[in-house]
Design a binder for this molecule. Structure first.
Ligand SMILES: [Zn+2]
Length: 446
């Protein structure tokens, strides 16, 4: 600031401080300081060179008067106005000192010392090799097994597991303190890990990490591939099929992939037409292509079936039931508009049911290995030949699993809209048994 305001040409700049400690801070290159000191030292080093800094005795330092205070009578004789004597000499003598930081200075960050110690310790260790990693993984597996199979491992060290034990089928053996699958491959010339995979508990952190590694290694393939990868790496997870399925269900990457395919499969694009002329259609098609991209197939539904958003809402519970009666094609030509509308709505329902609902139930039946229906799910119960809006809503009371762990049959409690004034039931709830392909899950119970 002085330099800017003085407008004088300055050849050389000198700075003095009466603190050797501060000189030490300014000259320091290696150590790091606590924030308060560090910020000030940095500021000083930004605008000046450490070589410009010199030591001055406190009794020669005029700045000292400002901090200590001085009587007016003494001010005249002090160096407050004149500066220290040596400034009046022809040559300014600057004694060369090499200030050192004091050992144990509280402003120096002690972590630096710790880091040096840690580095020194690591230096004596060899670089990590494959054998180290193998040993480390065995230590982790042993830890996970000790947590989950302590009793089993103890029993095995003396003899065998009882027949009724869930692990009995695996014919488990202890090998170097690791619990492994035993069995017929004992003499096969395979590596130990493939012959006798290590048994992992279903719910341990180690299992989860290994599972995650194998699942990612298969690029988020399904259950079969992930299980194969686990076994190829020499691991056997207890209840593996379910554990892997569960892991994939939770896997964020897989979830995102599933969601985006579902969205693509089920998207409905509604384009309004001014009228039913060829021109209007071509306009709408161009608009569609501009938004969605090239069209694969265009099919022409014979017959006029205008689609309004209301049609999509007919499943809503607040929508009143349609008027009673059957509506046939002749109704289209009647003068009573409401009958025409009813016929068209019924048509839409029928096509929606045939084409869209079967599509989603099929998906549930064939494309997802996990149990698709859970206790507490809210479902629509499909019934052939029943008019639209009369398919019943129900709640799943119980599910019956087949041997492969998939749900095939369910017990459903059918909803009843007739309730008393206080919301109480007026009739006994009706309970049905239904196979899952007759159900469409509306709301999943989480
Ligand atoms: Zn995944």
């Amino acid at each position: 600031m002085l330099k800017e305001e003085l407008e004088l040409k300055i050849d050389q700049e000198y700075f003095w401080t009466d603190s050797n400690v501060v000189l030490g801070y300014i000259n320091n290159e290696a150590r790091r300081f606590h924030v308060f000191v560090a910020n000030r030292v940095q500021r000083i080093r930004e605008t000046t060179d450490p070589a410009q800094w010199h030591y001055i005795n406190s009794d020669q330092n005029p700045a000292d008067h400002a901090s200590r205070g001085l009587k007016v009578s003494d001010l005249i004789h002090s160096n407050w106005l004149t500066g220290p004597k040596f400034l009046w000499e022809k040559d300014i003598i600057t004694p060369k000192t090499t200030p050192e930081l004091l050992v144990g200075d509280p402003e120096i960050r002690t972590t630096q010392v710790l880091q040096t110690k840690q580095l020194a310790r690591y230096k004596t260790v060899q670089p990590i090799n494959v054998e180290d990693m193998r040993k480390a993984s065995i230590v982790l597996i042993r830890l996970a097994q000790k947590d989950a199979f302590k009793d089993e491992m103890q029993k095995l060290s003396h003899g065998k597991l009882p027949h009724c034990h869930p692990l009995f089928q695996l014919d488990p053996v202890l090998h170097d303190g690791v619990l492994r699958v035993g069995g017929r491959l004992m003499k096969a010339s395979l590596p130990l890990d493939s012959k006798h995979p290590a048994i992992l508990p279903r719910d341990s952190v180690v299992t989860r990490l290994i599972l995650n590694y194998c699942h990612e290694k298969t690029q988020h393939q399904g259950r079969g591939q992930t299980l194969n990868e686990l076994r190829a790496n020499g691991y056997w997870v207890v209840g593996g099929s379910k554990v892997v399925a569960n892991h994939i269900k939770q896997c964020v990457t897989c979830r995102r992939n599933r969601r985006s395919t579902e969205m693509q499969k089920r998207a409905i694009h509604i384009e309004m037409l001014e009228d039913l002329t060829t021109d209007a259609f071509i306009n709408a098609l161009q608009c569609f292509i501009a938004i969605r991209g090239a069209v694969n197939t265009i099919s022409d539904p014979k017959g006029l079936e205008p689609l309004t958003p209301n049609h999509l809402l007919t499943m809503g519970t607040s929508v009143p039931l349609p008027p009673p009666g059957k509506f046939v094609q002749e109704d289209l030509y009647r003068r009573k508009r409401w009958r025409r509308v009813q016929y068209l709505t019924a048509q839409f329902w029928s096509r929606w049911r045939k084409e869209f609902l079967t599509n989603i139930t099929l998906r549930q039946r064939w494309h997802t290995p996990r149990a698709t229906v859970k206790i507490g799910d809210i479902v629509i119960v499909k019934e052939e030949g029943v008019p639209r809006n009369e398919w019943k809503l129900g709640r799943v009371l119980d599910v019956c699993e087949d041997e492969d762990g998939l749900v095939r049959k369910t017990t459903i409690q059918i909803g009843n809209r007739k309730l008393g004034k206080e919301g109480q039931r007026l009739t006994n709830p009706s309970i049905l048994e239904r196979p899952i392909h007759k159900l469409v899950v509306l709301v999943e119970n989480n």
